[in-house]
Design a protein around this ligand. Structure first.
Ligand code: SDX
Length: 428
């Protein structure tokens, strides 16, 4: 295969190098495009065909339904690793030794406290505030309480900012949920594992000791691993572009949380449950909703279906679907919307509209059913997605900074008015 691409513009031929990744993905390197063509650029709404960076963190193959973190398959990691191990792997590139993992967790624990004044910010929110808006605000507010984590240039400074946010973010998640549930804000215990501590901070009632349930610990650990990274998705690209201006890590993460909130992205896990509930209320009439999803006049979409990259099954959806059966079975929970979800999936996978467009269940289609069985409020589902995605965002931000990438600043094609003279108000 040639290592060059040739572009002919106005009879002039221009050659551009091809770059090939370790999984044989090929890209045209157009860094010189504007300079050699006198200003010609490209246009690609939604960046469907445009790579923003080279990255060594996560590999997806949308046609084959493959997802790997640093070369390890998502199936193996979900089965054999725990979330903190996967966080270390994503951020530093290798699975940790026991000693490295212990030090990582110990460094995180040193920062598992949030300044009490942050509670005053939380108190200022109405109970009706969406948890994603609260979480994004509190994450950005952490900058004010941790100024040393803003201008981080050395790897050591970055490490300190990373263990700080890994220690404090789960507290913000728990406080956001407890605020919504009217429970007093609580800290966990440094004697607990990372995920056990999250569950205790979220669910411990003030009047009782919190009993760890291994089913919930394993379910949450697996869900967090499955959400941990997904290469250059909308929120990760947001974290990278905000970080490319050398804004601090916490500010970049806050922007990523806002991007994830959208119903076309991480907000879909909440929208899926609301859709399934509506179908249940409607007597389980899945055909009506399938019809709505296919009707171009109807803005309704089958939430939890479709993906920009996966044109085959999202491997995470497969794992979560099985985990949903296992967790609900272990908890002895009967949830009719699981059957509705499975019915909807079956119908869609046999329907030409979905088959032709290669629309399959994505990570958000079944995840909410597990969160619901864990008594997590539906408005907290996307917050749980953010909790899982945190190490991925951190890893991608760190890679962008260590690679000394330039500030992100896309071009455009202007289609507005050409030059015209100002007219006084009486002339308009
Ligand atoms: C996540 O990028 C990532 O990696 C994201 C993510 C991650 O881990 O970070 O995987 C997490 O965000 C998963 C996606 C969650 N969102 C949803 O479930 C919302 C429902 N899905 C869609 O809105 C849509 O599928 C997207 C946003 C996910 C992808 O949109 P694209 O790639 O821009 O595709 P498109 O909108 O151009 O759709 C192509 C066609 C269109 O029909 P035609 O114009 O060709 O006739 O498929 C149709 C769309 O109308 N279509 C759907 C549909 N999704 C696409 N029709 C009905 N229901 C849907 N869900």
């Amino acid at each position: 295969m040639s290592d060059k691409a040739t572009l002919e513009i106005n009879g002039q031929k221009h050659e551009f190098p091809l770059i090939t990744g370790t999984e044989n993905e090929v890209a045209i390197d157009i860094k010189a495009l504007r300079s050699v063509t006198g200003g010609v650029t490209t246009i690609d709404p939604g960046y469907k065909n445009t790579g923003s960076c080279v990255s060594a963190i996560t590999f997806l193959d949308g046609e084959k339904g493959i997802l790997r973190y640093r070369g390890y398959s998502i199936e193996e990691l979900a089965e054999k690793a725990d979330f903190l191990e996967v966080a270390y792997l994503l951020i530093f590139g290798e699975l940790p030794t026991q000693e490295q993992l212990d030090k990582f967790h110990s460094d995180i624990k040193k920062h598992s406290v949030v300044d009490d004044d942050v509670k005053k910010i939380l108190d200022a929110f109405p109970k009706s505030a969406h948890p994603m808006g609260v979480l994004s605000s509190l994450t950005s507010a952490l900058t004010a309480f941790n100024p040393s984590s803003v201008n981080v240039d050395s790897e050591e400074e970055m490490y300190n900012a990373i263990v700080r946010i890994l220690g404090k973010f789960p507290i913000l998640v728990a406080w956001t949920m407890r605020k919504k549930m009217g429970l007093p804000l609580d800290y966990g215990s440094s004697s607990l594992g990372y995920v056990e501590n999250i569950l205790q901070m979220m669910f411990k009632r003030p009047d009782e000791n919190y009993e760890q349930n291994p089913i919930l610990v394993n379910a949450l650990d697996k869900l967090l691993i499955l959400h941990a990274d997904h290469e250059q998705n909308c929120s990760t690209s947001t974290v990278r572009i905000v970080g490319s201006s050398h804004a601090g890590l916490f500010a970049s993460l806050s922007a990523g949380i806002s991007a994830l909130w959208g119903p076309l992205h991480g907000g879909a896990n909440q929208a899926v449950i609301e859709m399934l509930e509506a179908i249940k209320e409607d007597g389980g009439d899945t055909k009506k909703y399938m019809g709505k999803a296919k009707d171009k006049e109807d803005p309704f979409r089958l939430m939890g279906f479709g993906h920009r990259v996966y044109k085959n099954f999202d491997p995470r959806a497969r794992i979560i679907k099985k985990a949903a059966d296992d967790v609900l079975g272990d908890l002895g929970v009967e949830d009719p919307i699981l059957d509705i979800a499975k019915g909807l999936e079956k119908e869609a996978l046999e329907d030409d509209y979905f088959v032709k467009r290669k629309l399959y269940p994505n990570v958000d289609f079944y995840s909410g059913i597990i969160y619901r069985s864990m008594n997590i409020p539906v408005e907290m589902f996307t917050v749980m997605f953010a909790l899982g995605r945190l190490p991925g965002w951190i890893a991608q931000w760190r890679e962008m900074r260590l690679n000394k990438e330039p500030i992100g600043r896309p071009r455009q094609v202007y289609t507005g008015e050409t030059l015209r003279s100002f007219k006084g108000i009486n002339e308009r």
